[in-house]
Write a protein that binds this ligand. Structure first.
Ligand code: PRT
Ligand code: MG
Length: 214
């Protein structure tokens, strides 16, 4: 049995068409169920549903052979021991610095102000500001970062942006891009050897489906 770990929501929604494209059927009733282990049309492949940030952990320990994880998660929580053969090109977004409309971020940076930055992405944020030579105070949050500048918790946030709707809805504007993000197929390195006969063809089918996508 091959086990693929992924998170519900946008990752599952965008991985499902790829699985269909490589001939692995998914039953909508199964996808909508609350089950955490989901069979697929391939009797040798099952899905497990985990939190997005837990995907690398399941794959690293071999509880899953494969996973789909955002580059943000891999950078933030580590990609040690994981083979990352394919950029699936799904879950595309950017990681940005955003501030309240009306807050002159560039001027604050220019005068060397020590900014308070709220984020879930401490590692990417600290590397970004260190590279700019800025001293900032990072405040760790677990979600709803967009609220922080509105209630005076922080001067700016570092967060993922895809459509920009959440920023707009909260009167925030992007002031700097930190990086570009997409989701990767990750593979347990030991499984790659012990299950090579089953994993290699699957990886090739994924790569072909990604390449063939318009
Ligand atoms: O939500 P939960 O706390 O369970 O976990 P999670 O946020 O890690 O998972 P999930 O499913 O929300 O995101 C999984 C992966 O999707 C992330 O790790 C990213 O690689 C990728 N991804 C792509 C995104 C976005 N786009 C995205 N826009 N993840 C989150 N967002 C959020 C963003 O944080 C912001 O709050 O959506 C909001 C902005 O979206 P727009 O469209 O309004 O700009
Ligand atoms: Mg989320």
């Amino acid at each position: 049995m091959i086990t693929l770990a992924l998170s519900k929501g946008r990752i599952l929604d965008e991985t499902a068409p790829l699985l269909e494209a490589i001939g692995i059927a998914l039953d909508p009733a199964v996808l909508d169920s609350r089950k955490l282990i989901l069979p697929t049309g391939d009797p040798d492949l099952q899905l497990i549903i985990v939190r997005a940030s837990d995907v690398p952990t399941y794959v690293r320990y071999g509880a899953a052979d494969l996973g789909v994880a955002g580059k943000d998660v891999l950078i933030e929580y580590g990609d040690e021991g994981l083979y990352q053969p394919i950029d699936l090109g799904i879950g595309r977004c950017r990681i940005c610095v955003a501030a309240r409309r009306g807050f002159d971020y560039q001027a604050a940076v220019g005068r060397g102000a020590r900014l308070r930055i709220a984020t879930k992405y401490l590692r990417m944020a600290s590397e970004h500001f260190a590279a700019k030579g800025m001293h900032v105070d990072l405040i760790k949050l677990y979600g709803s970062m967009e609220l922080a500048p509105l209630v005076g918790l922080a001067d700016a946030i570092v967060d993922l942006v895809s459509t920009g709707n959440t920023l707009r809805a909260n009167d925030l504007i992007e002031v700097e891009e930190v990086g570009v993000i997409s989701s990767r197929l990750i593979v347990n390195q030991a499984a790659l050897k012990t299950k090579a006969a089953r994993l290699q063809p699957l990886l090739e089918r994924f790569a072909a489906a990604v390449a063939a996508r318009p």
